[in-house]
Design a protein around this ligand. Sequence first.
Ligand SMILES: C[S@@+](CC[C@H](N)C(=O)[O-])C[C@H]1O[C@@H](n2cnc3c(N)ncnc32)[C@H](O)[C@@H]1O
Length: 272
Amino acid sequence: MTQFAEFGSREKDGWSDPGIVEAYVRHFAPITDAVGTGMARRFVQPTDTVLDLCCGQGTLTAQLAATGAAITGMDFSPEMLALARRAAPEAEIVEGDAMAMPFADASFDRVLCNFGMMHIPDQPKALSEIRRVLKPGGGFAMATWVGPAASPAFAAVFGALKTHADFSAAPPQPDLFAFADAGQAKGMLEAAGLEMTGHETLDHAWVIDSPGELFEIFLTATVGAGMLIRSQTSETIQKVADAIAATVAEKHADGDGYTVPVPVALISATPA
Ligand SMILES: C[S@@+](CC[C@H](N)C(=O)[O-])C[C@H]1O[C@@H](n2cnc3c(N)ncnc32)[C@H](O)[C@@H]1O
C-alpha cells in the first residue's frame, strides 16, 4: 500500500482493541471532544451535509446531528463504531478507510477530521479522497496535536522516550505533527487540490492528580506510543515513567494537582 503499511496495520489493530478504546475515551476524549465542539460551532451550518471522518467514539458526530445537519460518521474501527452508533443514533455511521472512502464524488458540504489524520499511513491519499467527496465550495477542517517543540505534554513524553527508549522495533511512520506546521500543512493540502484558509493554535491542557498519570495516559490510551513503551525492557519502561513524572512534578504543579498544556492545531481548507 504505502511505505507506512506496517504502521497502518498496527493502527488498525490498536484502534480495534477494547482496552485502548476505553482508555482513549476516558483520557483523551475530554480534550478532543471539546475541540470538536468548537469545530462544529465554527464550520457547520444546520443545512449542511457533513462527514465526521475518523469519528471514533462519535461525540462530535452526535453534536453535529443535534445541529440538524445531515451527518455521516466514518471510521475503520468496529469497536469505535459501536460507541458512535450509541452516541449518535440519528447519524449514518459507516465503516470505511479514510484512504478509500465509500462515498460518491461531491457528497458533502463539510468534512471534519478531529484527531484522525496523524493516524493515516497515506495522508496524501486521504486528502485527495477528502477533496473528491467535498462539493465545490465546500469546506474541510481538521484538528491535530502540536509537536513537542511547542507542546509541554508531548515534550515530556517524547523527551523521555528519546532519551531512554529503543525505537528500532517501531515501524516507519508519517510525521505525527506535520500538520501543526502551517507551511507543511499548506503544502500537503495544496498537493491534494485544497487551499488552506486557516491555521491556528488552541490552548488545551490535561488536569491530572499525580505526576505519574501522564505516563499512564500514553501507555494505555494511545496506539503508537503505547506499543513503543510496551516493547521496551521493564527497566527502560520504569526510566521513561520516572522521567515523565519528574518533568510533570517539576514544571506543571498547579494547586493540589498538575496542569500539563497540550496545545492543538486547527486547520481549515476549501477546494481550490
Ligand atoms: C485519535 S482517534 C480520534 C477519535 C475522535 N475523532 C476524537 O476526536 O476523539 C483516531 C480515530 O481514527 C480512526 N482511524 C485511524 N485511521 C483510520 C483510517 N485509515 N480510516 C478510518 N478511520 C481511521 C481510529 O479508528 C480512531 O477512531
